[in-house]
Write a protein of this length. Structure first.
Length: 351
């Protein structure tokens, strides 16, 4: 595929094809009536190349975690295909799915709640290996445990300790070691540093990068913080209300965001240079994020879009189209906005 960057290979490891995850909203005494749906993920297609880091950003509730869980088949898609290394996982169940999971692991936001406090680090790390039949021989297991700890920068004396004896950053290192213990190809990291102090965030992100080259990992990194994604991702997908509205290489997205929503998101990030910061144009979005249980018709962003037009925006859902090589945008008027033929006004203010 052409849009894959130098950081990834040409080989597609993950392919999502029009994936939907809709959660039923139940009512009634025994919750037997479905009165609606939360359209958490609503028609996402994307590809991640082997060795690549794909970053997923967007506001709280836009469906990032649900999409990450769908990739790992922790959430069964309502519709669409999830293909991992050429195998369609959508209808896979039982033992086959369990075996496949060895190759796909997750790193969570809050290591303290994702690590069982009653288990020692050794027990935590061995658990997954045992489940996948990788911990039969004690000598080999001990060697592997020491290697894992050394890879994530922890001393081997950590094995006898418990999660509460570590700092937040160290606990996240344990969470990462646990994900790596079964030798995955893909790691989905859902907000891997947002629970950590700013000073520790960079260390953990650097560690993730080092481990990627050491073990040939492919990453899907989810974050609401654009700086985190910029630091680590080769390509970025911007999500809004269950759909991807823009996708491009990280450098392109930050240099020239094309979708009005990405423009607004990026315009809210402060620039370190005070002169640039003073002159910076900030796009303030009016209105609240609509509910994913009742998304607007047409372009989901039209209720808040400063560029919204009377024609098409309220009635026709824009497709994610390739507008420049490797740069996909879901906006009917992306070219006109880029070329300055349309000016913002109306739904939101530009200050
Ligand atoms: N199991 C579930 N049942 C019903 N609704 C759910 C379920 N999981 C998520 N949702 C809803 O789906 C929507 C998307 O949630 P999701 O957690 O994927 O968002 P997110 O982008 O990860 O948000 P955040 O940045 O806050 O983590 C939300 O409205 C959420 O309430
Ligand atoms: S399609 Fe219309 S409402 Fe949607 S982002 Fe483009 S201009 Fe805005
Ligand atoms: Mg989330």
């Amino acid at each position: 595929m052409s849009e894959v960057t130098d950081a990834g290979s040409d080989e597609v490891l993950v392919e999502l094809d029009d994936v939907e995850v809709h959660f039923p909203i139940k009512r009634g005494v025994v919750l037997d009536r479905t009165v609606g749906h939360v359209y958490a993920v609503d028609g996402v297609s994307l590809r991640i190349a082997r060795g690549e880091t794909y970053g997923l950003v967007g506001e709280s509730g836009c469906g990032k975690s649900t999409l990450g869980r769908a990739v790992l088949r922790l959430e069964k898609p309502t519709a669409g295909k999830v293909v991992f290394d050429g195998t369609d996982l959508s209808g896979m169940r039982g033992e086959k799915l369990r075996q496949m999971r060895q190759r796909m692991q997750m790193v969570f936001q809050d290591p303290l709640s994702s690590l069982d406090p009653r288990q020692s680090v050794e027990a935590l790390l061995v658990e997954g290996m045992r489940a996948h039949g990788m911990a039969r021989d004690k000598e080999h297991t001990d060697k592997r445990l020491r290697e894992l700890l050394s890879a994530v920068g922890l001393p081997s004396t950590s094995l006898r300790k418990y999660p509460h004896e570590f700092s937040g950053g160290q606990r996240q290192r344990i969470g990462i070691a646990r994900a790596l213990s079964v030798g995955p190809d893909l790691v989905v990291a859902d907000e891997p540093v947002s629970a950590l102090d700013v000073s520790v965030q960079a260390q953990v992100l650097n560690l993730l990068e080092e481990l990627q080259s050491q073990f040939g990992l492919t990453y899907l990194v989810i974050a609401h913080d654009l700086a985190v994604v910029r630091h680590i991702a080769d390509r970025v997908g911007v999500m809004y209300l269950g759909g991807i509205v823009e996708e491009s290489t990280s450098d392109n997205l930050y240099a020239e965001p094309m979708h009005p929503y990405s423009k607004a998101l990026l315009s809210a990030v402060p620039v370190p240079d005070p002169v640039v910061e003073d002159e910076r144009e900030q796009i303030l979005l009016s209105g609240d994020l609509p509910s994913p249980a009742n998304p607007p018709a047409g372009c989901r962003f039209h209720t808040r879009c400063p560029w919204a037009q009377r024609t098409r925006c309220g009635s026709e859902r824009p497709e994610l189209r390739e507008i420049a090589p490797g740069h996909r945008v879901a906006c009917h008027f992306a070219e006109d906005i880029r070329d300055g033929k349309l000016q913002p006004g109306g739904a939101a203010a530009v200050v």
